[in-house]
Design a protein around this ligand. Sequence first.
Ligand SMILES: [Zn+2]
Length: 266
Amino acid sequence: MHRTRVGDVEIVSLFDVYFGFDPHRVWPTAGDGLEAYRDRLEPNGDIGMDCLCFLLRADGRTILVDTGLGPESGGVLLEELREAGVRPEEVDDVIFTHLHGDHTGWNIDRATGEPLFTRARYLVPRGDWDEQTSRAQPASSFTRDIAPLNLMKRMELVDDGRVLTPSLTTVHTPGHTLGHMSIAVHSAGERGFILGDVFLTTIDVEQDGWSGMFDTDMELATKTRRAILDRLEADGSLVGAAHLRAPGLGRVVRVDGKRVWQGIAP
Ligand SMILES: [Zn+2]
């Protein structure tokens, strides 16, 4: 759990789980280029990623961005929330950057089948909803975590430019999934950006052309990644990224002509 501010908006980074991947699978086109990043890998050669959610307190509302991988994976989101002093029933809105299962895991209380955030309105990116419902649904994280919210009439679709509060607006950032959304924060002259999976690691900030295996549309994901990195570098936003190592908060800066990630200390 790590707490910071952008203007009058409080941003709390919440850890759920850790996972590691073979970097050659994550970036199939990187090849020998990965040699330069040996020091960013784990001792076993994996690229390590955390699974993070972000709690935003803005304009009197409490908004949770993403709900992690969930209880089956030993996730600790609820402990982190407790440590942050927030009870699940205090969350007004849950918004998903996208509908992959590592962002929707804590929606439903497994014991009761009811929404775990009992009062919340659940905001779903329209493009991802359309993509998921346009085909037959085998059992999946979507059928477990999202479809019940629709049946219970607790869900609302969101598009680009939706004003969540005066300080928070959605930004369509497609490619990782077609409906992928980020949340732009603007408060008291300061800017922030919760970007979901627009980039996954600090390596992506430097190698923005390396295609990622997790991206639905690699070409579109690369285009979006470059555009968002340009924007974040230019406006100096405090960034929250879902799969950087905790707390996953920092800035995109240029050092000696090279774009890099500058994290804030855990
Ligand atoms: Zn993810």
